[in-house]
Design a protein around this ligand. Structure first.
Ligand code: GSH
Length: 211
């Protein structure tokens, strides 16, 4: 199967979790919307289609043969055994899925640090609430910091806070380093396939929120 990943081309965002899995497995895949205007049009066509029996809610979504699967955690649940990345026994597989769903919660929490009121308003229109929200951000994210993508992204959005937090979780930080050293991931991170960090993704850096 040649997998087709559909995600916004200019941000790592939620798509990155899927990209990392596909890259680690050396899977045959196309990052469709990053293939110029045509790729983007193909994604919009599927997102806006009224004739799909099982339409995806939002990007990212994956096309595998005739199947279209949305929701980041579900895409990974689907890919895990197929790419040989998930454990075989059910309890362990469910545990991995549970971790990924917790990461999904964390992603929303991080997003809400800069857009606590609405994703449709500018950050500048919700600054006071953003400040309160990021101060109140739960550190229960600890468990999901096992995830390599979450760590590097959190470091770029909250460099000061993460420096302090890192001291408390040395094993996690070491694991993050090891993931970055895995041959396929290492090659991917320095390739053009990797979308650079930006101020438009989920993890944005604002000095005033990194208190
Ligand atoms: N729960 C979904 C959330 C998907 C989502 O919100 N995707 C964002 C980009 S990261 C998006 O495309 N939003 C546009 C929209 O919701 O219309 C997941 O984890 O995949």
């Amino acid at each position: 199967v040649r997998y087709e990943l559909y995600y916004w081309p200019s941000i790592q965002g939620r798509g990155e979790f899927v990209r990392l899995a596909l890259e680690e497995a050396g899977a045959d895949y196309v990052d469709v919307a990053r293939r110029g205007k045509r790729g983007m049009a193909a994604m919009m066509k599927l997102l806006e289609s009224k004739s799909l029996a099982r339409p995806p809610y939002a990007s990212p979504f994956l096309k595998a043969g005739k199947d279209i699967i949305g929701q980041t955690a579900l895409i990974l649940f689907y890919l895990g055994p197929r790419l040989g990345l998930a454990p075989r026994d059910e309890a362990s597989r469910l545990w991995v899925h549970q971790l990924q769903l917790t990461i999904t919660d964390l992603v929303v929490q991080i997003h809400d640090t800069h857009h606590p009121v609405s994703g449709w308003l500018y950050y500048e229109e919700q600054k006071p609430a953003a400040k309160r929200r990021s101060g109140a951000r739960r550190t229960s994210g600890a468990i999901v910091y096992r995830n390599s993508s979450a760590i590097s992204n959190a470091c770029s959005a909250f460099p000061k806070r993460m420096k302090r937090f890192e001291r408390k979780v040395p094993l996690l930080i070491a694991l993050h380093g090891r993931v970055g050293q895995r041959p396929r991931i290492k090659a991917y991170l320095s390739s053009e396939r990797r979308v650079p960090f930006s101020q438009w993704g989920i993890y944005r850096y604002f000095k005033e929120l990194d208190g």
